[in-house]
Write a protein that binds this ligand. Structure first.
Ligand code: MSP
Length: 507
């Protein structure tokens, strides 16, 4: 049976246009989706849009359009952005779709039947931009601790979810499943939060109407987070397509930003437990980008538009930068200077030059055909390179298991540099021994072939271009992973061609 892998991004609010933060989460999910496909998994990769709630209703009113018109126009932008960033999602869900509403109705009804939803009264502070309820204690100078904006006092009839009863079982789940919350610092944060005691959660509102009505009590709409989280179930056929649901659920991985950790690691598993559904296997929270050292905001006008960056500097270059610049999980700073410097030094100089000099030498010394190696010419330098490459596969797999993209790229670039150093040490242009020269050229082609596989999840187009120059079939789809990363003796006879620089330099 094929192994499956189900990965999700958060679904994005439609009251904002896509920026680097949204691109970050989605490219991150794309990287692991592509890696898992290379490793033979049947991958379901979901992204989409979160379209209900007071925030969207307000934004639409300000723009003097209906909420669905606002949603439709922002969805268009996402649907243009994802192909531009080479995102390989297999589903795009909108919370205004029928299949989503069916799923929300069902989970609500199941949780209600279970006795975990009751009608009460709600009085508290609410931050509309963050769609978050806050206690008096959480306020900072009377304002929202997250966005520092004004909060509103709300008293209304509301349904509550008995979150307070789930603390112990959540702690137990976290303890029994190391790696459920990553990075580890986030796990501690959530464990501490749960241990301070959970309050029941208001899960319906009566003060606005843009949402999914509570079954049997339509003057209430379902709280936007209860609604939104359910998208992860709806996409895989819940509640009507049992076969599909069993195939993909529980999700292997929810990738999210650190700001929405609590929703995914406290509320979500509690809702699922109440509905007697399995909990996701992993939630990974990444950090936030600042821009030139400052918080990104519409009012400062420093919002980074991923469309503009990808068009000007290249999709692969942008994707590479996101994971090369900052460890995934930590906060980072975006600047055009840093992007250019990564492109020029590590893409153009290190990898691009390695390819172009290797191809040039194979053309010059062997008429463009990769020669076989000669066993007797394998010396100390060759063995070092071979050993280094043979350790790569298992170390990269372990790093991917924890979404340690930063170290994956480190491992890859270590090999790129080793190969460049190898060329420098061997000086093939001075080599008079024909066997030795063949062996060197063979090793360069083989190493580049392996590198084309490992860079593929990050830079799918560059991987294909590299393979074309090496005379390999561009796509890795359907290829056997182990064959593709095997080294010696697998590139004989390939006909290389000189192409455009893989990564043009930028000023
Ligand atoms: N709609 C909710 C998610 C519901 S999931 C069931 C939501 N949407 S959002 O559009 O506001 O944010 C989506 C993602 O973008 C979050 O993971 C958030 O962390 C990420 N980012 C928003 N700004 C960011 C940065 N400046 N840097 C990195 N990521 C950031 O939350």
């Amino acid at each position: 049976m094929t192994k499956t892998f189900y990965v999700t991004t958060p679904i994005y609010y439609v009251n904002d246009v896509p920026h680097i933060g949204h691109a970050y989460t989605t490219v991150a999910a794309d990287v692991i989706a592509r890696y898992k496909r290379l490793r033979g998994f049947d991958v379901h990769f979901l992204t989409g849009t979160d379209e209900h709630g007071m925030k969207v209703e307000k934004s639409a009113a300000e723009a003097m359009i209906s909420p669905i018109e606002l949603a439709n126009s922002v969805v268009e932008r996402y649907k243009k952005l994802w192909p531009l960033l080479n995102i390989s999602n297999t589903d795009f869900i909108r919370t205004t779709e029928g299949r989503h509403k069916t799923a929300v109705d069902r989970i609500w009804s199941d949780v209600k039947k279970k006795g975990d939803i009751y009608l009460g009264h709600y009085e508290d502070w609410y931050c509309t931009p963050c769609e978050t309820f806050l206690t008096e204690l959480q306020l900072v100078d009377g304002k929202c601790p997250e966005c520092l904006r004004e909060v509103e006092k709300l008293t209304e009839e509301s349904y509550f979810f008995k979150l307070s009863e789930f603390g112990d079982s959540l702690i137990e789940y976290i303890e029994k499943n190391p790696g459920f919350i990553e990075p580890a610092s986030r796990e501690r944060e959530i464990t501490n939060f749960i241990k301070t005691g959970l309050r029941d959660l208001s899960v319906s509102r009566t003060t606005f109407s843009w949402g999914i009505p509570v079954p049997d009590d339509p003057k209430h709409v379902i709280y936007v987070w209860f609604d939104a989280l359910t998208n992860y179930l709806a996409s895989v056929g819940y509640p009507n397509d049992d076969l599909k649901f069993k195939k993909y659920w529980p999700a292997d991985l929810h990738i999210i930003g650190k700001d929405i950790l609590r929703f995914h690691t406290v509320y979500w598993p509690a809702f699922l437990e109440s509905a007697e559904l399995p909990k996701p296997k992993k939630v990974f929270a990444h950090g936030w980008w600042t821009v030139d050292g400052a918080k990104m905001s519409k009012s400062t006008g420093n919002v980074v538009d991923p469309v503009a960056i990808a068009e000007e500097y290249g999709t692969d270059q942008f994707r590479f930068f996101l994971f090369r610049e900052v460890p995934f999980g930590a906060d980072g700073d975006f600047s055009i200077e840093a992007l250019k410097s990564r492109i020029n030094s590590e893409l153009a100089n290190d990898l691009g030059n390695l390819l172009s000099r290797s191809v040039s030498m194979i053309i010059k010394y062997r008429d463009g055909v990769v020669p076989d190696y000669v066993e007797a010419s394998i010396g100390e330098l060759e063995n070092e390179l071979l050993n280094s490459f043979s350790a790569l596969s298992s170390s990269i797999d372990k790093l991917f298991a924890h979404l340690n993209y930063y170290d994956v790229l480190n491992e890859i670039w270590l090999r790129v540099r080793e190969m460049n150093a190898y060329v420098g040490n061997c000086e093939p242009w001075k080599e008079t021994d024909d066997d030795k020269l063949s062996t060197v050229l063979h090793l360069l082609a083989a190493g580049l072939k392996v590198l084309s596989v490992y860079i593929n999840p990050f830079m799918p187009t560059a991987s294909e271009k590299l393979r074309v120059q090496l005379g390999l079939s561009p796509s890795l789809e359907g290829k056997d992973f182990d064959d593709e990363i095997s080294f010696l003796g697998t590139v004989n006879g390939l006909k290389v061609t000189k192409g455009d620089p893989l990564f043009p330099k930028v000023d």
